[in-house]
Write a protein that binds this ligand. Sequence first.
Ligand code: NDP
Ligand code: 8X3
Length: 255
Amino acid sequence: MMRDKIVFITGATSGIGEACAIKFATQGARLILNARNKEKLDAFKKHLEKEFAADIMPLLFDVRDRAEAKKQIEDLASNWQAIDVLINNAGLVIGIEKEFEGDLDEWDIVIDTNIKGLLNITRLVVPLMLKHQKGQIINIGSIAGEGAYPGGSVYCATKAAVKALSDGLRIDLVDTPLRVCNVKPGMVETNFSVCRFRGDKAKADQVYAGIKPMTGEDIAEILSYVANTPPHIQIAEILVMPTKQATATIVHKNK
Ligand code: NDP
Ligand code: 8X3
């Protein structure tokens, strides 16, 4: 059902975004892929073209860069403008410090990416969807948006904001054919924790030791289900976690 549909993914060269690009490429979708690393984006584009004969439009910009995002999205060729699915995936966390001890500059990056970056892209893409009277916005929220946990204060706040932005957008679009879904994963093993621990892979590995976490591919499978539902069905939210996880902080690990 996704053949020739246009799927726009932010943060498409790693983890959940990368897995979604592959999943939708296997279904014959045309992909607008955003990333901020030119080498990775070029290599991924080539890979998808070779493996899946996929039609790829690479958009190289940082989602925080409103002017560049605006320019590149407004300059999209007319055959790329009728976007069917927007996956607002780009996001990150840096550090596990307490709210009164962390680095405000790092928190600016997290807030500007997870909230304002997502809003930048939504603000640019939804008008295109309205013009074509079709579209689905899938925001990658998090179990972190359900409530704060130790050392997660700012990140949790950003994902609570993603829930509010998703709910608000759904309300604002209620008289249109557009749909909005907030997908809220628990533990997914990607580069996410490496970034959280500022590049310390050993510390990141500890997060997933003794439990079978989800993978980017698991989340892509769920997004594929959401994107393939009939147009009269709006999946508003999905909270998904590994079987041995109950909340953001209650996780059963093998000894
Ligand atoms: P990854 O670190 O593997 O991927 C994050 C992606 O976002 C990377 O491609 C990264 O680009 C990109 N990105 C970060 N900042 C920007 C920016 N300013 N502009 C453009 N792209 C950017 O982690 P995940 O795949 O796990 O994360 C994807 C989303 O899933 C995030 O929103 C995260 O909060 C959310 N999430 C993750 C969970 C997990 O346990 N992993 C659970 C719940 C939600 P680059 O490669 O250049 O750094
Ligand atoms: C990522 C999941 O639990 O590390 O959003 O916050 S968690």
